[in-house]
Design a protein around this ligand. Structure first.
Ligand SMILES: NC(=O)c1ccc[n+]([C@@H]2O[C@H](COP(=O)([O-])OP(=O)(O)OC[C@H]3O[C@@H](n4cnc5c(N)ncnc54)[C@H](OP(=O)(O)O)[C@@H]3O)[C@@H](O)[C@H]2O)c1
Length: 262
């Protein structure tokens, strides 16, 4: 029941119709005993700064989830951002603090890690191949660096991105053993696809089939389709597979906790 006491949270995006976060986060607010409602807010990039000031002025506004195309801009608009958000250069969740400022974080990496752990996959002693160094890939690399893994190889079409990312990560985590490659080779305990390759059924595989054959477990962050070509190929080769939906499921709980943390 929405009453005069109900607080508002938002997800801001453009386009907005496809978002699934409100239907996943609202039941979590309820489970947590919070009288907060998340609503979709359709905001174009051009209108973001005006909407930002208005959201700040709303006294019963708790915070928001931020998605395409606003993640990078919002990192610059927040009054305070986490170390993860600084290294990645993007924010995907914001809470309004008690003194009215906006604090941002990026939970893609923490969500992915929690999803792995929820399925009994602990990357601690693993040699990991992460393919993709965009927003989600960088956040996952940060989460692996913070958690501590044996070795991280990051492959990306644009090689300068993982090279720069590893430099930033090693400044905060000097013990991190990591390398950037344009064409991965060798054996890995875990392969993570953090590129957008696989969303379309005609997309090429993000790595050669021979690489998949040399990985024990193959994980996706793409949610639709659930069984991407990469996962199907890995399963056909007898590899263990991990679906992209685990990341979002775990991240929704973390997002609800962060929004209500003010
Ligand atoms: N499960 C979840 O909760 C969750 C959360 C966030 C994102 N995602 C999914 O993760 C994927 C990536 O999202 P993002 O926000 O990280 O996007 P992004 O910042 O745009 O990064 C896209 C990544 O894919 C690579 N890429 C794109 N097209 C390519 C191609 N044709 N060949 C080789 N590499 C290509 C990019 O390489 P370059 O750097 O060379 O461009 C980059 O590494 C999307 O499918 C998104 O839906 C899932």
């Amino acid at each position: 029941m929405i009453t005069g006491n109900t607080k508002i949270a938002a997800i801001i995006a453009d386009p907005i119709k496809q978002v699934k976060t409100p239907q996943m986060v609202n039941p979590i607010f309820e489970e947590l005993g919070s009288d907060t409602l998340m609503v979709p807010v359709h905001v174009s990039a051009d209108d973001l700064s005006g909407v930002w000031s208005s959201l700040k002025a709303i006294k019963n506004f708790e915070g928001m989830v931020v998605t395409v195309p606003h993640k990078t801009t919002v990192a610059g608009l927040c009054d305070e951002i986490s170390e993860a958000a600084q290294i990645v250069g993007a924010v995907n969740v914001v809470t309004k603090t008690a003194n009215g400022t906006f604090k941002g974080d990026i939970l893609d990496g923490e969500g992915f890690l929690a999803g792995l752990l929820s399925q009994g996959i602990d990357p601690k002693d693993m040699s990991v191949l992460l393919v993709g160094a965009g927003g989600a890939g960088s956040a996952i690399a940060y989460a692996f660096a913070k958690y501590g893994i044996k070795h991280l190889t990051i492959a990306n079409r644009t090689i300068s991105k993982p090279q720069d990312l590893i430099n930033r990560l090693q400044a905060s985590f000097p013990d991190l053993k990591a390398e950037a490659v344009s064409k991965p080779e060798g054996q890995f305990d875990l392969l993570v696809n953090a590129t957008s390759l696989g969303m379309d059924e005609n997309d090429p595989l993000p790595v050669e089939e021979s690489v998949i054959a040399n990985c024990d477990t193959v994980a996706e962050i793409i949610m639709k389709p659930q069984m991407t070509r990469l996962l199907q190929t890995a399963q056909d080769q007898g590899r263990k597979i991990h679906f992209g939906e685990h990341m979002l499921k775990c991240q929704c709980k973390q997002m609800a906790d962060f929004i209500l943390s003010n």
